[in-house]
Write a protein that binds this ligand. Structure first.
Ligand SMILES: [Zn+2]
Ligand SMILES: [Zn+2]
Length: 140
């Protein structure tokens, strides 16, 4: 499989038991359908750092492609797609096989959201919030 941006042969990398295809030139990553959801649900927030530590960190030169990029898997057209989880992140999705191409930084933008949400629902913070309400009503 080749990078849709620069034609570099994608290398197999593995992250949390999921096999991904990564471009070592521009740092983009190909996710087959469902793979990104698995990474996201694992709650890992530094996925890109983990990959960079293991496989190196090339200078990100995400080349602009004229017209549509082509899917490395099935040669379908990649289209801008709003990957919506908590906050939408704009990525490239194949209209045929529904695989996703993520440029440098986009993986962390998606995977980091779960952690952010968990923090907002942190039980410690909730407790202190309830305590401050209790104080309002003269308890404590
Ligand atoms: Zn590339
Ligand atoms: Zn495809």
């Amino acid at each position: 499989m080749k990078c849709p941006r620069d034609g570099t042969i994608l290398s197999k990398v593995s992250l949390l038991g999921v096999e991904l295809d990564k471009c070592h030139r521009c740092d983009g990553i190909w996710f087959d359908r469902g793979e990104l959801d698995r990474i996201r649900d694992s709650g890992v927030t530094d996925a890109e750092e983990v990959l960079e530590k293991r496989y190196g960190n090339p200078k990100a030169v995400a080349e602009k492609v004229e017209g549509h990029m082509r899917c490395p898997r099935c040669d379908g057209r990649l289209q801008r797609f709003s990957y919506s989880y908590i906050e939408a992140v704009s990525v490239d999705r194949c209209e045929k096989c529904l695989g996703l191409w993520l440029d440098d930084g986009e993986l962390n933008a998606i995977a980091g959201q779960k952690k952010k949400m968990d923090k907002e629902l942190d039980p410690g913070r909730l407790k202190s919030f309830l305590r401050s309400i209790g104080r309002l009503f003269g308890k404590e």
